[in-house]
Each structure stands twice: as structure tokens, then as C-alpha cells.
Design a protein around this ligand. Structure first.
Ligand SMILES: *[C@@H]1O[C@H](CO)[C@@H](O)[C@H](O)[C@H]1NC(C)=O
Ligand SMILES: *[C@@H]1O[C@H](CO)[C@@H](O)[C@H](O)[C@H]1NC(C)=O
Ligand SMILES: *[C@@H]1O[C@H](CO)[C@@H](O)[C@H](O)[C@H]1NC(C)=O
Ligand SMILES: *[C@@H]1O[C@H](CO)[C@@H](O)[C@H](O)[C@H]1NC(C)=O
Ligand SMILES: *[C@@H]1O[C@H](CO)[C@@H](O)[C@H](O)[C@H]1NC(C)=O
Length: 221
């Protein structure tokens, strides 16, 4: 009896167990399936998130095209040759008067910036008294390039300006310069952006000290 009860118990238990085992197996399978699904969904969502973050980061860094930074580092102007050495207010028109501009261009982008021929114009009293070309060049990604531009001014044009004598007597005169640089940034031939910058300067030249005071401002076109 003891044996049968002992045998029956495990039998019953095993029968009960086998049923619950089946159920359990099914439920574990279901759970596994669910877990797989959750894992899958989690992976997919994580992947989407990573993709979104990557796209956002790229959008704000690599694909975000910024304007170049153009600076007039050194401006040199010498109008002394215009004056005759005998101290009178007579001027020579065969003098070579030049304006030298050391221009730097910083390209903050992750792609190179190619720009066309530009011009640097010198104005005095609203009249163009000199003009020079700035070369077409390529500024590599995140690099700064320097350009030396020499503007040969036309003495006759300066002497033609009505205020010239008054300015010469007062000891200083003010000219303005305008430099325009325009070009393109291309990223993988997909994203193209046209960028143009104009730098206008006013330069006050003092005859006695031969010093200049400059004030430059860039404008984005
Ligand atoms: C100064 O020199 C120029 C050219 O040499 C001459 O025409 C002018 O008369 C001179 N002026 C004086 C005050 O000597
Ligand atoms: C101006 O420059 C030219 C060419 O560089 C030269 O032939 C001429 O003598 C110069 N004139 C003066 C006044 O220095
Ligand atoms: C740039 O300047 C050079 C020399 O003056 C000229 O031959 C060329 O046609 C110019 N290019 C443009 C795009 O203006
Ligand atoms: C520009 O001129 C300065 C002084 O004359 C010189 O040191 C510099 O190397 C020049 N830069 C270029 C790019 O020609
Ligand atoms: C810069 O100078 C040029 C030439 O004088 C002028 O046409 C332009 O309007 C100026 N730009 C600004 C923003 O003042």
C-alpha cells in the first residue's frame, strides 16, 4: 500500500507535472517569443535612435555649411609718392601708389570651399581710384588660406577728386575698400551651397606719420 501510494503520488504528480510541463513549455515558448519580440523591437528602436542621433549630429556638423571668415590682416597704403619733395602743394601723377592687402580666408566647413575671381575696389570720395583681382582658389576643409592683393591706384583719379587738396592740407584722407569673394561648398556632390562675402573697409591715411587707421566689416551676401 505504502508502495502504491508512494508510486501513485509521483505518477499523479508526474501526470500533473507533465500537463503543467506542456503548459509551461508552451508558456515559456510564448515568453521566449515575447522576449525575442521585445529584444527585436528594442534593437530596432535602439537602431532607429542611433540613426536619428547620427543624422542629427551630421546635420549640425558635417552637413551644416557655414560662411567663410574673411579678414583683412594687414593693409598697407602709401600715398607719400604723390607729394613732391619741395614741400609745395603740387602733386605728381606718375607716382606709383599702391594698397597692399593681406587677406585671410578661413573655411570652417568639412568640405572645401572653391571661390571664383573676385575684386578689391578702392574708392575715394565715391570715385573708383583703383581695382585689383583676387585669385580664384580652393580653401581646403577647415583650413585658412592667405592672399596678398596689390591694388595699383591711379594718381590722376585721386587728384581729380574735389576734396583732395582740402584733405592733403588737413593731413589725412580716407579711402574705402570693398572686397567680394564668392564661391561654392560641395559635400559629396549632394549638398551644394553658394556663399558670398563682402568685406568693406575704411582706411584713414595720415600724411605726416604715414600711418593708417582701418575699420573693416564683413557682410554676407
Ligand atoms: C615743386 O616741384 C615741382 C616739380 O618739380 C614744380 O613744378 C613746382 O613749381 C615746385 N614748387 C616749388 C614751390 O618750388
Ligand atoms: C612706377 O612703376 C613702374 C613699373 O613698375 C616704373 O617703371 C616707374 O618708374 C615707377 N614710377 C615711379 C615714379 O616710381
Ligand atoms: C579670372 O581671371 C582671369 C585672369 O584675369 C580670367 O582669364 C578668367 O576668365 C577669370 N575668370 C572668371 C570666372 O572671371
Ligand atoms: C604676403 O606678403 C607677406 C609680406 O610681404 C609675405 O610674408 C607672405 O608670405 C605673403 N603671402 C603670400 C600668400 O604670398
Ligand atoms: C560695400 O562697399 C561697396 C562699394 O562701395 C558698396 O557698393 C556696398 O553697398 C557696401 N556694402 C555695405 C554692406 O555697406
Amino acid at each position: 500500500m505504502a508502495e502504491t501510494t508512494e508510486q501513485a503520488k509521483p505518477l499523479a504528480a508526474s501526470a500533473f507535472q507533465s500537463l503543467s510541463d506542456e503548459e509551461e513549455a508552451l508558456s515559456t515558448q510564448l515568453k521566449l517569443h515575447q522576449r525575442k519580440c521585445i529584444k527585436c523591437c528594442g534593437c530596432f528602436i535602439a537602431f532607429l535612435l542611433i540613426l536619428a542621433v547620427t543624422v542629427l549630429v551630421l546635420f549640425f556638423t558635417v552637413f551644416h555649411i557655414k560662411d567663410p571668415v574673411v579678414r583683412m590682416n594687414t593693409l598697407t597704403l602709401d600715398l607719400e609718392p604723390l607729394l613732391l619733395p619741395n614741400g609745395s602743394f603740387s602733386f605728381r601723377t606718375d607716382a606709383n601708389v599702391t594698397l597692399l592687402a593681406d587677406i585671410s580666408l578661413k573655411n570652417p566647413n568639412f568640405a572645401s570651399f572653391k571661390f571664383n575671381n573676385g575684386t578689391t575696389t578702392v574708392l575715394y570720395g565715391g570715385t573708383v581710384v583703383g581695382e585689383a583681382r583676387t585669385p580664384s582658389e580652393k580653401a581646403k576643409a577647415r583650413r585658412t588660406i592667405h592672399m596678398n592683393v596689390t591694388v595699383n591706384m591711379i594718381p590722376e583719379k585721386i587728384l581729380e577728386v574735389a576734396s583732395w587738396v582740402k584733405d592733403a592740407i588737413s593731413g589725412s584722407l580716407t579711402v574705402s575698400t570693398s572686397t567680394v569673394i564668392d564661391g561654392k561648398v560641395k559635400i559629396l556632390n549632394i549638398i551644394k551651397k553658394h556663399l558670398a562675402v563682402e568685406v568693406n573697409c575704411t582706411i584713414k591715411y595720415h600724411f605726416l606719420s604715414q600711418e593708417i587707421q582701418e575699420n573693416c566689416r564683413p557682410h554676407f551676401l
